[in-house]
Structure formats: C-alpha cells, structure tokens
Design a binder for this molecule. Structure first.
Ligand SMILES: [Zn+2]
Length: 337
C-alpha cells in the first residue's frame, strides 16, 4: 500500500502459459507440477520477471489447489507443491527486495446455486492462504475469479488471515460477472468488504480491457489493478478464448495456438500508459506475458528495470542503423531485405 501510495506497482503473472510454452507444464489440466519437478525453471522465470521490472514475485500456486490435484490424482502433492512454490518465490523476492505475494484463484467448483460448494471453496482457500501466511507473504492475490460470490469468499479468507488482499476479477464476452452483477458493482462490493486493490486480470487483451478501466477507477476508492493477456483481442473477439484463426482446423487458437495474436512490446507500453492515465496504479500482464512485455510496461511507467540495459537501440544495426561506423553498402541494402 505504501508503494501504491507513492506511484505504481508492476506485477508479473502468466507463469502457467510461459512454462507451458517452455515445455515444463502440460496444457489441458494446467497443473503447476513444474514447481516440484523443475523448480529451477520457476526460479528462473521469477528472476526474469523481476529483472524485467516486476515489483512483485507471485508464488506460482495458480491452479495448485485441491480440485486440480484431485483431477490428476495427486492430492498428496497439494501441500508440498504450495510450500515449495512459496519458498521459491520468497527466495527471489528477498534477494531482489521485491514484494512477495501468495495466490489463490478460480476453484472451478464454485456454483452460485449450491451452498455446499461455497464451503468447499472456503476450505480450499483456507488451506492455501494459511500456507502463504506461514511463508510470510506481504499480501495475497485472489485472481481469475468470474463469480463475485467466489471472490467474496477469497477476500474474506485473506482478511481473516490478517493479510492485504488484491482481488482481480475476470469478465469474458459480457462485462458482467458470471453470477450476474455488473463489473463495477462487483468491484464496489469487494472494495467495501475490505479489498485493498480491486481490478481485472486475464481473458481480455489490452484493447478490450482498457475501455472497462475508467469506469472501474471511478467506481471505487481503492487502487485499481489491470492485468490483461498480451493478445490482440477485438470487439468481436474480446477474449483470448474467443480468438479464431482460420488456418486452424477448428479455428480455436486458445490455448496452444495463440502465437500469431501476441501483442508486441509497443502495444503493451501503450496499454500501460493509457491505463495509468485513467488512474490504474497496479499494472501487470497475465497468460502469454513474456519478460519483454513486462519491461515495456515498466518503461512506459517511467521505470528503468535492470533489463532496460538491453532495451533496443537500433542505431548500430547492420542494415537499419545510422552509426557512421556502419558500412554504407549495407544501409543501402535495407530495402532489399
Ligand atoms: Zn491469465
């Protein structure tokens, strides 16, 4: 909260997609077994995101919850996976002076009409938040929540643990929550119930999340978060799940053929500036994010993270540069490339 009062906070997310892309996590069930099987890869990605400008090291416990572990028949790994993910994140946060965040997410069992599931969801959040609290997290992120009711349970659990809460919701093609309330009403309810930060993550790309942000900022008196997916969504296909590519047999690019829709770093920088201009102060990226995106975001907010040491300088490029030491016959060849 001190850092938000002084300016912006940048938070890298998207571990699931990036580690899947790198060959360490299976698309489909999307369980972060990589935390136990290849912890060095998780640490490396934490390091890369901090290097690129993330102020937060978020423990990779997304989908490391009871429903997912049950789905793959490995419930016995639930606690070791959570504790290991928290320890990996803590080591990197301590080394770099970054904030350490715990994480809970969509449980996939919440049913607004079935109170039995509400108790099960609470138990799932309780166990994960208790491990996060024991690991000494600075705050807990409750994310990718499509139901206001599920978000309210997560917030209550985090507050009962005495920890600050960042609650980020998902809206899909409709800008309403899945259990009915319009986004701004949901955000207002969560802020009123004690969320320290409220906002949006996942599903929508920069172009289709941005229009939702100004009303959100106007609706609440707490800092607002925005963590889109770095994909070129459109008004007709506003979410990365809805993007279609007619080169694919069934047209569906989500989740493993989204590459041609990836936003470039400049689009991410423009999003960060535009979101900051309407008052969003907690910025990040979700599924699909890579370090170059994070760096562009941080730089658009006036930062110079360590990775800025390597930000592009085309003046010395063999064909595109203008440095007098470059061979002129190569510059003249530019149009033939
Ligand atoms: Zn995501």
């Amino acid at each position: 909260m001190e850092r938000l009062a002084a300016g912006t906070v940048v938070c890298a997310e998207g571990y699931l997609f990036e580690l899947e892309r790198r060959g360490y996590l299976q698309a489909g069930s999307f369980v972060p077994e990589v935390v136990l099987e290849h912890p060095e890869q998780v640490t490396a990605l934490h390091e890369q995101f901090v290097h690129a400008g993330s102020d937060v090291v978020e423990a990779f416990t997304y989908y490391a919850h009871r429903e997912k572990l049950r789905l793959i028949g490995k419930e016995d790994l639930l606690e070791p996976m959570n504790r290991q993910a928290l320890a990996l994140a803590r080591d990197v946060a301590v080394e770099h002076g970054a904030l350490l965040a715990g994480n809970v997410c969509n449980t996939n069992i919440y049913d607004p009409a079935d109170p039995v599931t509400h108790a099960q969801v609470r138990a799932m959040f309780d166990e994960q938040v208790s491990w996060a609290a024991e690991a000494g997290v600075d705050f807990v992120i409750a994310e990718t929540l499509r139901y206001l009711g599920e978000a309210e349970i997560a917030l209550d659990v985090i507050r009962r643990a005495g920890l600050p809460a960042v609650v980020t919701l998902v809206v899909d093609r409709s800008a309403d929550m899945r259990d009915g309330p319009p986004l701004v009403d949901a955000a207002r309810r969560l802020a009123g119930a004690g969320a320290d930060v409220v906002g949006l993550n996942c599903s929508r790309g920069p172009a289709t999340m941005l229009p939702l942000l100004e009303p959100l900022v106007a609706a609440v008196d707490v800092p607002v978060a925005a963590l889109p997916v770095p994909y070129r969504t459109t008004p007709e296909q506003p979410t990365f799940q809805s993007l279609t590519d007619d080169r694919l047999p069934d047209g569906a690019a989500f989740p493993t053929a989204l590459d041609p829709f990836t936003s470039n770093r400049y689009e991410i920088g423009e999003f960060a500036s535009a979101a900051a201009d309407v008052g969003v102060s907690y910025l990040g990226l979700c599924c699909g994010a890579a370090p170059h995106h994070l760096r562009a975001m941080a730089e658009a907010l006036g930062r110079t993270p360590p990775a800025s040491r390597y930000s592009a300088d085309m003046s010395k490029h063999v064909y595109l540069g203008d440095d007098p030491a470059l061979a002129s016959h190569n510059r003249a060849y530019r149009a033939h490339l």
